[in-house]
Design a protein around this ligand. Sequence first.
Ligand code: A4P
Ligand code: MG
Length: 191
Amino acid sequence: MTWRNTSPPSKSGPKLPKPEVTQPEPKADSLPRRRVGLGLGANLGDPAANLRRAVALLREAGLDIEAVSSLYRTKPWGVTDQPDFVNACALARTALEPLALLDLVQATERAMGRRPTRRWGPRPIDIDLLFIEDAPWRDRRLTLPHEGLMQRAFVLLPLAEIAPDLVVGGARVADAAEAIDRSGIVRIGAF
Ligand code: A4P
Ligand code: MG
């Protein structure tokens, strides 16, 4: 998996109280800081505010957020009898190992009030790991790259803004975004 990102770094988010999630210390300063992709979605409460808060909490917890896409309003996929979502994607760097990063995003979801619900059901925040540079993964808890990454317009369109040249499974993200059915996906503005 390779890519070249030319997007400028995102502006820093609003000042927020210290989060309840902390990022474990890397074992050594020399650990590689790999680039990771995050997919964010919400359809309860104030979804756009929830996405901004999630990114701010991840940044406070030590994740180096390098780029954030626009916000998109998207028709629910999978389970359709629920409110529209707001979706966005982010690129970050971290020395965390994949499962430690999953722990961090799941702790962030819980800190924001996410409770177990039906699969694909409504939620105040969902943070998916889309990929970790040079770290494919498949076990009970985590699959990388994310299985739905190249099939879902609500992921591909925001990701194509910030990582157009990323190649997953032989396909370039910008090309996949160009080819996918984008009905029900509306860009609503800057993050
Ligand atoms: N898991 C495995 N791989 C990953 C990964 N790469 N990133 C496991 C994150 N988690 C991963 O996830 C269920 C389990 O997947 C986790 O315990 C983790 O160990 P979850 O977030 O608790 O449940 P979920 O989100 O309901 O299921 P899933 O399969 O992650 O669904 P998606 O893909 O997140 O879809 N429609 C629109 N328009 N926009 C959306 O954002 N989201 C969904 C949920 C459905 N429809 C949507 C949207
Ligand atoms: Mg999910």
